[in-house]
Design a protein around this ligand. Structure first.
Ligand SMILES: [Zn+2]
Length: 407
């Protein structure tokens, strides 16, 4: 991919050519919902339990109620309002049933490669151990026959885990890595809680064992401990989830060389870390900076506008499609609509994130050749191989940064 950086961007896709004319007259270049649905997509940021539909939770509840009439949890379809998912998978059957539905949903949305993530859970009452929870998900993934979608699993450490629990999660990931389905480790959970320093050993072990590392990063403005972002970067992640509140330095007005945010931003860009961005999640969960003073923000406020023109790959993700009810096709459509991303650029977003997946080279090769073939079939100017894919990186932005640094 590196040589692609030196090739000029094709004339037909420069934003300057497009800005100023009405969108209606540009339909050949602009994606509609159908294009976004058909586009072969890569989902790298999806939490298993947050991706379950309410209807599936209802099915799981009814089955449990049949087996245990005394089970006193209220029907989730009644107890949980639409748009909120809060239900534990406590039996092997429910883990398998929910996982299968989630896989089916991503497959039918045109996802060709999926990395699901989950925190290993144990439930004493039902005898479900963390290991059984994970092996049930893995066997469901294995038995899910899909001609188009390949799935991998990331085991997540909860920020409120103890040091020992985090190490146990990494041990589980190492144990099942050899089969090729467990590919990485994540850090997630309440961003206002926990002291990430206690996870140093766990992530070091993950790294030593060639597991991919992705971290929920800068989800809130003030992290619970000073220097959290530096500590997280010291875990050597390949990918960062959300990366919101380093946003001050993404805005050129407040760009001052030397401040902490600026240093972190530069570090991320220099390492070319992949940024996993979840538009609907960030807007609806009000995670973006409170620019309008009323706690609300709009899609236009999203930091996608900063990242997608940098040389950090951007992977759009749903985070919790069961909660935010926006599938990955819709996330691509939202990006296109709010940031004037044309068909080629949308395709390029997917293509450029392939190298950031945690699966092996053969999977990357499969994805690249299928994306290239799809691009050609759909008359996109994609070149013949990944070396000849045109770039969309905005070098003006880099020049702007350099001049800001000198002042
Ligand atoms: Zn997440």
């Amino acid at each position: 991919m590196s040589t692609a950086h030196h090739q000029p961007r094709p004339e037909s896709t420069t934003l300057a050519d497009l800005i100023g004319s009405s969108r209606e007259s540009e339909t050949p270049d602009w994606p509609d919902e159908d294009f976004c649905k058909r586009l072969p997509k890569i989902e790298l940021h999806a939490h298993l339990t947050g991706s379950i539909r309410r209807e599936t939770l209802g099915e799981i509840w009814r089955r449990r109620k049949e087996q245990e009439p005394d089970f006193d949890l209220e029907d989730p379809l009644v107890a949980i309002p639409p748009g909120k998912v809060d239900f534990d998978l406590t039996t092997e059957w429910s883990v398998e049933h929910a996982t299968r539905q989630v896989l089916r949903d991503f497959e039918s949305d045109g996802v060709v490669y999926l990395e699901l993530r989950t925190i290993p859970r144990a439930f004493d009452e039902t005898g479900l151990t963390k290991e059984k929870y994970i092996t049930t998900i893995l066997s469901t993934i294995r038995s899910f026959q899909s001609e188009t979608m390949h799935t991998r699993l990331i085991l997540a450490i909860d920020r409120q885990n103890t040091k020992e629990e985090a190490l146990d999660t990494v041990e589980l990931a190492i144990k099942y890595k050899s089969e090729g389905l467990v590919v990485g480790v994540d850090l997630c959970g309440n961003p206002a809680a926990g002291d990430v320093r206690i996870f140093r050993e766990a992530f070091k072990k993950a790294k030593q064992n060639d597991l991919g590392i992705t971290l929920h990063f800068a989800e809130i403005e003030r992290q619970p401990i000073k220097d959290e972002l530096d500590i997280l970067l010291s875990f050597e992640p390949q990918r960062l989830g959300h990366a919101i509140h380093i946003e001050r330095m993404m805005s050129s007005q407040s760009h001052r060389a030397g401040n902490t945010d600026d240093r972190i931003l530069r570090e991320i860009r220099q390492r070319k870390l992949c940024i996993e961005l979840c538009l609907s999640c960030n807007v609806y969960a009000k995670m973006l900076p409170n620019r309008h003073g009323n706690g609300n923000s709009s899609f236009q406020d999203h930091h996608f506008k900063y990242w997608w023109k940098t040389d950090c790959p951007v992977a759009l993700g749903t985070d919790d499609v069961g909660v935010f009810l926006s599938d990955l096709s819709n996330e691509y459509y939202l990006a296109s609509t709010h940031f004037r991303v044309n068909k080629y650029e949308l395709w390029h977003l997917v293509f450029y994130s392939i190298d950031a997946i945690f699966a092996d080279q053969s999977e990357k090769d499969r994805l690249k050749s299928s994306l290239l073939a799809w691009g050609k079939e759909n008359n996109l100017d994609v070149g013949d191989d990944d070396e000849s894919v045109n770039e969309i990186i905005d070098h003006e932005d880099e020049e702007g940064e350099n001049s800001a640094e000198q002042t």
